[in-house]
Write a protein that binds this ligand. Structure first.
Ligand code: FE2
Length: 190
């Protein structure tokens, strides 16, 4: 089972029928230098004049059994704009926001595919940072990436085996060209 090689926590249980349960907690990634506390509560990070390809970024937050949705989890995201720039000081907190999951554990943001910015001599792949909290769980700091991004291979963090399940498809959702990225998370219990 390929996922065994991706384990960071090692909580795999082999069931009687030969299948495996567990080992599904979302893996960590670095916080990075551009986190800003106190991002506004909002799900729509777009605004008039914002450049870039719009996406709906959505998913479900689960507990560490990976099947129980967590209501009232805090999901915070931040990323750079299409030019690779973070809003590090404006009161608008552009491309930063947080929300609370509903009774189904679901979250959904409207934002854009981020641009890229250099890290030393290389560009980091497009990525979105996550900070996810729940009173039953350990805080999760992570990042998502996008399939086909040529900068993943040489990125020290996106190229790690444990990042593989966080490299996501961008899915054209309907005839209007709506792009959707699905990312379900599973938190580790405290
Ligand atoms: Fe970043």
């Amino acid at each position: 089972m390929a996922v065994l090689g991706l384990s960071t926590y090692g909580s795999v249980v082999k069931m009687a029928d030969g299948t495996y349960l567990g080992d599904c907690e979302t893996t960590n990634d670095i916080l990075g230098p551009y986190y800003r506390p106190d991002a506004p509560l909002r799900s729509d990070l777009t605004y008039d004049g914002l450049e870039g390809s719009e996406i709906i970024l959505r998913g479900v937050v689960y507990g560490d059994d990976c099947i129980t949705p967590l209501r009232d989890a805090g999901v915070e995201i931040w990323h750079c704009n299409a030019d690779g720039e973070y809003d590090n000081d404006s009161p608008a907190y552009n491309q930063r926001g947080r929300l609370i999951t509903d009774e189904s554990g679901e979250y959904s943001f409207r934002t854009i595919i981020p641009g890229k910015y250099p890290n030393a001599k290389l560009y980091r792949p497009s990525h979105i940072h996550y900070r996810v909290t729940h009173n039953s769980s350990k805080e999760l700091i992570s990042q998502i990436y996008f399939k086909g991004d040529p900068n993943i291979e040489d990125d020290p963090w996106a190229s790690k085996p444990e990042a593989e399940l966080r490299i996501l498809d961008i899915v054209p959702q309907n005839t209007a060209g709506l792009l959707v990225v699905n990312f379900d998370l599973s938190l580790r219990s405290v």
